[in-house]
Design a protein around this ligand. Structure first.
Ligand code: ARG
Length: 589
């Protein structure tokens, strides 16, 4: 029972039910399949929001008690109400409503926010839990595409959400740094590579080589086998191959690091596919011992026909290992090393089949933790702006997107706030905020349609809008200039707008739990948009004479103090909420 108001309501109701029906408690518990100790929990989970907000904050439907009590719900509600505090509880037909006073809510929520600051909403787990998150995981020697951005943004947000909930989080970048494509890369580099170009623009050069290789291979049959040959050498530890591979990897990582720094993303390990090179034999052996492997047309597979899936490929005819082999080795390694309670794979929807197969193989090995492996899959990002997707084939480069965003944001800010001191840094933060928010505000199951005008609209449902709201909150705090503490006079909060704002702040913790539980950062996005909307209604509130209520009023210092406590609380939660999405909150923009 994490929500304190809900918990109070559930406990008061449980007590009142026991008083109203002392002999029937056993029957009630039996009917709703719980026991007397857990009845309050059961009621907690049954509480609804009243259809009409005027009736209160929580509503208990007494229908569930009709059967064991053999009575009509409205009468039951009436009987229970007799044992409740009638200044807090009311009845509408079959419902018992509980209304929390604004003062009580303010005291609980605002004092809490003020004492805990950005730790508001943090949880401490009773027993330690570990979650491994595999995210971003781009392919070395290829540009960081916009598809990997989505994995990076979702994974980064999940990392922060679980950390806030008290988990021990292990973030892993499963770099695509092994596989036949590296054989091709080596072959191509030896034919057409240019040291100078590699130094100046490594990924561009490597990507050009990659494209050229595939083009030439259409007419030159020998190329493909040359590539395979080089990969084989690489797997066997050939020195020349290993050296070239290391150079490609180091240069690529340097470029990726720039992107990660810009996005503020951190990994605990960069254990890519190559890390499992010496761990695959062991896995294959284990699978063979378990009698799970089979030869098929010269390749080694795990047949999954009975499970209704395509076979899981372990080794090709030439003995080379595959993507799936490395993921199997990775799962066993991670389970041994981190003893995870859950392992997430934040990877696009197009790899659904792959993860189903790999997880199934682990299950067939008899590993109980197969159920703790989760593919957090997501849809594509589509660009409305055609120019973005045609520069080089069909891949959209994240670097280009970020560059375009920074240019556009710089122009917007120059117009809105020409004297902004730290334009360059702010433009960068807002540009990243816009891109990341666009990505995280859409449910991961859906595709993102990326449209610059929408994404950068300071008044739309966007990252910049939330950042702008935060900047306005900050500017109010600075303008006020006095110390703000958690103990203002709460009786000044007498409008529905203030109550709504306090209750929205109160929902922060449960929203974090919900978002983490569903692996859906877009729940945080929706929460923050709502927080901004509720704040704006408070900000534009009119008094009984229809006059705008100014937040800072020199004539009423005590009221101002109370309102500023609310403003400062919203600012703390907005900033922390944005941080959970991986978005910075500048003070001014
Ligand atoms: N490198 C892969 C790709 O770009 C994604 C890797 C995801 N993680 C994993 N453990 N398979 O398609």
């Amino acid at each position: 029972m994490n929500d304190i108001f809900r918990k109070n309501a559930a406990e008061a109701l449980t007590e009142a039910i026991a008083k109203a029906y002392p002999d029937k408690i056993e029957d009630i518990c039996l009917a709703v399949k719980t026991n007397t100790q857990e009845l309050a929990d059961f009621i907690y989970n049954k509480l609804e929001s009243p259809k009409d907000a005027k009736n209160g904050d929580y509503a208990f439907p007494t229908f569930i008690l009709a059967k064991p009590l053999r009575n009509k719900p409205p009468e039951i509600a009436g009987n229970i109400l007799e044992h409740l505090d009638k200044t807090v509880f009311t009845q509408t037909g079959p419902y018992l409503n509980m209304k929390i006073s604004t003062q009580d809510a303010a005291e609980e929520v605002l004092s809490n926010i003020f004492s805990r600051q950005n730790n508001f909403g943090n949880e401490i787990l009773d027993e330690s839990k570990t979650i491994v998150i595999d995210f971003s995981s781009p392919n070395i020697a290829k540009p960081f595409g916009i598809g990997h951005l989505r994995s990076t943004a979702i994974g980064n947000s999940l990392y922060r959400l679980f950390e806030k909930l008290g988990y021990n989080v292990v973030g892993i970048n499963h770099l695509g740094d092994w596989g036949t494509q590296f054989g091709k890369m080596i072959a191509a580099y030896k034919k057409w590579g240019d040291d100078e170009k590699l130094k100046v623009a490594p990924i561009d050069h490597l990507f050009d080589l990659y494209v050229k290789f595939h083009k030439e291979a259409e007419t030159d049959q020998t190329l493909e086998s040359e590539g395979r040959e080089w990969f084989k050498k690489l797997e066997e530890g050939n020195q020349e191959a290993a050296e070239l591979w290391q150079i490609f990897k180091d240069y690529s990582l340097q470029e990726f690091q720039r992107v990660y720094d810009l996005l503020g993303v951190h990994f605990d390990y960069y254990t890519g596919e190559s890390f499992y090179n010496d761990k695959m034999d062991g896995v294959i052996e284990r699978l063979q011992k378990a009698g799970l492997t089979k030869e098929s047309e010269g390749a080694l597979i795990v047949d999954l026909e009975e499970q209704g899936m395509n076979p899981c490929l372990l080794k090709k005819t030439d003995g080379a290992t595959l993507y799936a082999t490395r993921d199997l080795a990775g799962i066993l390694y991670r389970h041994g090393a981190y003893k995870f309670d859950k392992a997430l794979y934040v990877v696009g929807m197009d790899q659904q089949e792959h993860f189903k197969q790999v997880f199934k193989v682990i299950e067939l090995l008899g590993e109980d933790f197969a159920k703790d492996l989760i593919h957090v899959s997501f849809g594509f990002i589509r660009f409305k702006d055609q120019a973005m997707s045609t520069r080089k084939g069909n891949i959209v480069f994240l670097n280009d997107v970020i560059k375009t965003a920074i240019e556009k944001v710089t122009n917007i800010i120059k117009e809105k706030n020409p004297n902004l001191p730290d334009l360059e840094k702010t433009a960068q933060q807002v540009a990243v905020g816009a891109i990341v928010f666009a990505d995280l505000s859409v449910s991961k199951h859906k595709d993102v349609n990326f449209d610059w005008d929408e994404v950068l609209n300071f008044e739309g449902a966007t990252g910049p809008y939330l950042q702008y709201t935060h900047a306005r909150l900050s500017s109010l705090v600075h303008k006020y200039g006095l110390d703000i503490s958690g103990d203002a006079n709460f009786s000044f909060y007498n409008s529905p707008e203030e109550k709504a704002l306090i209750m929205q702040l109160h929902k922060f913790g449960q929203t974090i739990r919900l978002a983490a539980g569903k692996y859906e950062p877009n729940i945080i996005a929706a929460y923050l948009l709502e927080l901004a909307a509720v704040f704006n209604r408070f900000y534009q509130r009119k008094d009984n004479d229809g006059k705008l209520v100014k937040i800072i009023s020199e004539d009423n210092p005590e009221e101002t103090k109370a309102r500023m406590l609310l403003v400062a609380s919203v600012r703390i939660v907005m900033k922390e909420g944005l941080r959970l999405m991986g978005i910075e909150a500048p003070e001014e923009m």
